[in-house]
Design a binder for this molecule. Sequence first.
Ligand SMILES: *[C@@H]1O[C@H](CO)[C@@H](O)[C@H](O)[C@H]1NC(C)=O
Ligand SMILES: *[C@@H]1O[C@H](CO)[C@@H](O)[C@H](O)[C@H]1NC(C)=O
Ligand SMILES: *[C@@H]1O[C@H](CO)[C@@H](O)[C@H](O)[C@H]1NC(C)=O
Ligand SMILES: *[C@@H]1O[C@H](CO)[C@@H](O)[C@H](O)[C@H]1NC(C)=O
Ligand SMILES: [Zn+2]
Length: 450
Amino acid sequence: MNAKILGMIAILMYNVRICQSKNYSNFTLYSTTPTEADHLKFLQNLDKQKYIDMVFWKKPYKLYEDVQFIVSPADKDMFLERANHFKLKTEVMLPDVERAFKDQEVRKYLRLKTETFTWDYYHTLEDIYQWLADIAVKYPHIVELQSIGKSAEGREIYAMCIRKRGNKYKVIVESGIHGNEWIAVEFVTYLLDQLVVQNDTKHWRMHELGKKYDWYIIPIINPDGYVYSQTVDRLWRRNRRVTNTGIGVDLNRNFDYNFGKYGTSHDPKDDYFCGSHPFSEPETRVLADFITDKKHNLRFYFSFHAYGQKVIIPFADRIKHIENYGEMENFGKQAILKIYKMFGTKYSVGTTYDTLGLRISGNSASWVKKTHGVRYVFTFLLRDNGTYGYALPPAQILPTCEESIAGLTELMIAKPRRVRLNLFNRAQTLRGTVLSLFCTVNFILLLLLK
Ligand SMILES: *[C@@H]1O[C@H](CO)[C@@H](O)[C@H](O)[C@H]1NC(C)=O
Ligand SMILES: *[C@@H]1O[C@H](CO)[C@@H](O)[C@H](O)[C@H]1NC(C)=O
Ligand SMILES: *[C@@H]1O[C@H](CO)[C@@H](O)[C@H](O)[C@H]1NC(C)=O
Ligand SMILES: *[C@@H]1O[C@H](CO)[C@@H](O)[C@H](O)[C@H]1NC(C)=O
Ligand SMILES: [Zn+2]
């Protein structure tokens, strides 16, 4: 063997090594709640200064709002020492993030056997696409699977159209815009199953909604990010387009709505990078074109994400509420009450600013609301509340889907109703003393007046 070949082998081995999956072995998932300005500053600095190898799962924006982040094993001691210095109490949610990711089983679906696609585990893109195709073959009279464009890496982006009667009003459902939010994708496939496959009396409400509207479901708008999250880096959020400054743009900051202003980054390495200009990414253009094509009589627009347990109302870039905010909030409250009644999962409702304490621009939902004046536009952040975060165990997929269907149907059939707010202090259930002392009213238990 000559030196040249040896050299090539060495390069190959090196590439294999760097292509290996990102390993979060022994990373710790922490949760904490800043209760003083110093806490907030300390946490925000961790992100800015990068002197500790850590990643926020939920960023710090305001006091009394919990945050989660993971810290590498090498920097754990330094982190704890700094946190201690600021008297910030932290709680370990997961001692080994890689382990929790490993528990997120992705299992094979048996081609053509549509009933073997179940919500007890996660699915690959390939299997989801296969299942969509199988459903389309099985129910040709009510569904149509349509490729609406291609991703940066050339993968198909699909929309499933469910037309039972040819109705006047339309519903568009979008999910999987962020690669790492697997539960959102699972939920939307479940929704599709409820609309198309399940038709027994137990599911009559969804069934009615299936008949009442024409549905357009885009399960995975960011297939490249989803695949990358499943094969290389579990936490990958953006798309995978290679630019001369880096790889990937946060697609939910890339829409042409108040572009680049709030809650985003102009740094190409940042998870929240908005791109060089609005609609710089093929995926956002595909989605926007599809929506524009369906804009007439578009009654509902839903965008599914994870995690945080919130129902979010536009606009994401404002503090002030818009004109039909009250109506949407009222319906949202009825929905979260329904969700709560099912398994006790606590959601909150409001704008991005109300619920998270930040403003964002360039997201799809605000663009839809602004550009097409759609009356009901909602963003859902599904489970959980930060106990597992992105490492949501497979055992929670089905309950998440069930409660979310209950909430979604409630929201869609809601009539304006008077709701009495009964303040419910989440602190009662908390473990940490600091948390229980300072945790503000974060959840509102609503009692409907009959
Ligand atoms: C991550 O590293 C740990 C410890 O070195 C190892 O046991 C595990 O197999 C690795 N996981 C992956 C997915 O490479
Ligand atoms: C993770 O921690 C375990 C137990 O402390 C240790 O045996 C293992 O080598 C660590 N793995 C890595 C990749 O640091
Ligand atoms: C439910 O599905 C069965 C079997 O596919 C079909 O025969 C029946 O007509 C459907 N019922 C309704 C109400 O669509
Ligand atoms: C998050 O949800 C879990 C399970 O429902 C609950 O036990 C826990 O108290 C909640 N945590 C917070 C901070 O609300
Ligand atoms: Zn998201």
